[in-house]
Design a protein around this ligand. Sequence first.
Ligand code: GAL
Length: 684
Amino acid sequence: MSTSEHRLKHLHQRLGGIAYGGDYNPEQWPREVWDEDVRLMKEAGVNLVTLAVFSWSRLETEDGVYDFGWLDEIMGLLHANGIGVDLATPDAVPPAWLITRHPDILPVLADGSTFGFGSRQHFDVSHPVYREKSLAMAEKMGERYAAHPALCMWHVNNEYGPVSYGPHADRAFRSWLQAKYGDLENLNRAWSTDVWGQRYSDWSQVNAPAQPRTWSNPSRRLDYHRFTSDSMLEHYKAERDILRRYTPDLPIVTNFMRFYKNNDYWAWAAEEDAAALDIYPDPREEDAHVAAALNFDLMRSLRRGQPFLVMEQATGAVSQWPVNVSKLPGKMRLGSYQALAQGADSILFFQWRQASGGTERFHSGMVNHAGPNTRIFREVCELGQELKGLGSITGTRSSAKVALVFDWDCWWALELGNSPRSDLNYTQEVLRLYRHFFDANIPVDFVDTKSDLSQYTLVVLPASYLLTDESVNRFEDYVAGGGHLVASYLSGIVDPDNTIRLGGYPGALRNVLGAWSEEMHPLSGEGEAVKLSTTDGGTASADYWTEHLHTTTADVIASYASGRLDGSPAVTRNSFGAGTALYLSARVDSTFLAELLDAECSAAGIRPELDAPLGVQARRRAGNGRSFLLVLNHNDAPARVDVKSGGRDRLTGADITGTVELAANGVLVLEEKPINDATAGTGR
Ligand code: GAL
């Protein structure tokens, strides 16, 4: 067990199991409300609250004038009532006095304008005074609260992300580039600066890619993505290291967002004790649970299977969309169990008490404007009671035989524009392939392009646009050793400098795929599609993307049967060493995609976790000699599933076997008979 896992194990022991609670902002309320808060928290089964996320202006009222009195008092009150504290460093919101004194802390947009004060995340992380002052605050908080009995974990900043193009960012970017390239000539080469006459003759000329007159250099912008992720991570690490000195045994995290492009979460998660996610599926989207599932799987994968934390979710409506629809009864509970099923060890909300004023006054809380006599508070209490009985699930893991590549370099490089089409959307490409496995109840992990692949029998590369030579070698060795690989169009196109790999697309994967394309042919028209005929006599179609493909050693699985590529291959499969590599050079229709992926799964010995109707999700978590099968009915109608030898229903205490009926949006938490951990997740 790693040191981080020990810290998390200790946290859950202290909390008595699953962490339950949320962001708590007592400074927004009169003192008498605090007593009601803790009374209701106990009623709801809350065991952890996050304090001080946005409290800098209350904790340091003027430069160097600190006021921790109110925080001492609420921490004491929470502790006296058996509620633990996840204490945040408040530097997501530099206070007005600091901004007035140093207005250049405000982030500069690419067009040179500056964000104003009045919201949050209004800082340029490279600003020396911002850094100094936020580290001083971390030091103060570490010193003051290290020994506080309520303190259970640290929450650094909040949803790191603002990018700045100002002078402080310029300077820091230049140093980052100097460390990366050493010699300016290396930078000129890597950025192809001879195109459009952009050569630099002195380092002082190099700066952040602010708004250009027209399209700008994609290699420079790719490096800027890497730099901004790194520079924010550097600041997180500096805060973490301070807190670590004071509390070596407590978990330290920051909160991640769903499909968040700015930060490379693989690099970030490695520096945290757990991946922690804020997840807000839009109730207006019927299949929002599929994208949520993808994000949960990603979170669990970021620390190689270690359980993650749900740091924020909503009980009902949020306030950031054009129409903020509340969750229907039962959906909050269902979403919570979905997170648990996919590896979460906490269910936390934003926020405890719905605000009466300020930006998020219409964002739901665990206690809403109407007070505790409401459906939402009753659901909060019921869930809290249920979770109390499920502590033994914490620390258990799941296992998968399928890995999907998810990589921030690929994401950044793919979406830089000036490509064969401007609407390329990395997460949609990943989601399209992920959805098949979700629907089929086949557990998947995510990996980056550097991950060890040995535990997987099927590896999928969705639009994995940028690949290093090293990762290409790894994929080739994987297939040669008997692995099954599926790559979709726009994989392996560029090298790490964002330079095209020559000699035919997909340059990096030509060898393992046994095929190459001489031209890309995106389909332009609205609804434009071409026909495909499959080698086994079937028909299918493709839209959005096609390529003029040739095979070298691959077999043709499907060819175009209409359009300008009529007769040429669209989908191929190559035998390579002991394994196979399937290439989807076109966006094939979802029925054909499902057939192709089913065939790959069968060939790779992969079975569903449970045979269940569409919309019923099943996931297994196992460990410490126990195995839990969680079955979730995302449908608004009852569903029947065969749980075979079954086990004990942990929510009702009943022993069940065979076919059971799940209510609409219902949940089953089945503790199976003891098994050998190694068999978990293999679809037995
Ligand atoms: C999160 C943020 C919270 C709150 C929430 C509302 O992104 O961390 O502070 O604003 O969104 O959904």
